[in-house]
Design a protein around this ligand. Sequence first.
Ligand code: GTP
Ligand code: MG
Length: 457
Amino acid sequence: MFREDIAALSTPPGEGGIGIIRVSGKGIIDKISKIFIPFSAQEIGQRRGFSLNLGWIIDDDGSKVDEVLLGIMRAPHSYTGEDVIEINCHGGSMPIRRCLQRCLDVGIKLAEPGEFTKRAYLNGRLDLTQAEAVIDIIRAKTDRGLKLAVQQLEGPSHFIAEIEDQLLRVNAMLEASLDFPEEVGDLDYAETKAILLTIKKLMDKLIRAGQRSEIYRDGLKAVICGKPNVGKSSLLNALVKKEKAIVTEIPGTTRDVVEDYINIRGIPVRIMDTAGIRQTEDIVEKIGVEKTREVIEQADLILFVLDAGTGIDKEDMDIFQEVDQSRLIVMVNKEDLERKEISEEKLAELFRDIPVIRASVQKSIGIEALEEAVESRVIQGMLPGDGMEIMINLRQKNALIRSREQVESALITLGQVPLDCLGVDIGGALETMGEISGRTLKDEVIDRIFHDFCIGK
Ligand SMILES: Nc1nc2c(ncn2[C@@H]2O[C@H](COP(=O)(O)OP(=O)(O)OP(=O)(O)O)[C@@H](O)[C@H]2O)c(=O)[nH]1
Ligand SMILES: [Mg+2]
């Protein structure tokens, strides 16, 4: 298959120690030879295997553009599986731009986003789940997210392979009964059912792992809300460990949504402080309250702050009625005050089945308990322990859900419909599983997946 030679800047644009331009394709060594003069007497075309070559990128007229270090990785031992050259030039916008331009001058095309990784996939260096793991590694926001993505890179998830194996086994049993009924006899329904149930169980686990990975990949949106002056901004500052939001004793201080990223026990959390919700005639505050309602609507988690000093009043209860209680964590703040108005009985009565934390943000009490509550709230019922420490992305999860539907349909109709009807379900489930590794995916879909990558990757 003919593929053009491609080049792109693979390091972030802007100033840095070095900038790396990656070049891949069959003809690149000849082409780069025209614009590179090595310090050593040996031309790069004569270099075999892996080599590092110091020299100059030169202009048409032979003048020097930049001193560079050229890494050459010969096919097939490279990222893309083709000949790859990495030009390490000086990391400024001018040397990068000029060196890249020289590559284009000798007939190398600018790469599309993800094109290097796509070639690695097309050349069989990576399967689709591994290629997708590359994006997850680049975008990982916490240690835990990185660890899961790197695991995914190590090989096609053996759970997926296991499901495919089992489906193939059922398929083979089915076909044998259809084609050689005399020799094989009727399908062993009990065994088929047992295998299908095992498959379904494994799929359920993977889909749950998918929900967990979404959180590790995209982060969790958490909103701090409550009536004015309860200590919402103080809580934000305590969580992000800096004076991010303005704190005053005047109710109605915060108007805009103030947000930051934090890492709560490996879970990336986008935490948002909001204007206190109350009836107000102040135009600016009113807009703030509207904004608060919007972000609460989209939040995965709501931290509802109460004030031990004022007790629970109608304002608090109005907010409580308004928000989705299944996403709630209650925090009773200002527990350091002499006058404490909120009793244990009252909390138990009002917030049944909702985690409640007593805290004093000012005295740094309760922050750890809050983090613990966030963690257990998020991964409730889907914590590892089921051996599913893997990354499943949305595309893979959706394929699994569709495949599971076909397995379920096979389970329901098993023994009630002719065997070839059952074959349709099993075949369908197999085909859908193939989408995960890319085995049965259409080219347009594959193109779309790689377009999510950044340029130079
Ligand atoms: N005693 C005590 N005071 C606190 C505590 N946390 C916050 N405060 C005080 O409560 C007041 C309000 O704090 P903020 O963090 O601005 O409250 P807020 O909920 O963001 O207020 P608005 O933005 O006006 O809605 C400030 O004077 C804080 O110093 C606490 O744990 N104990
Ligand atoms: Mg505030």
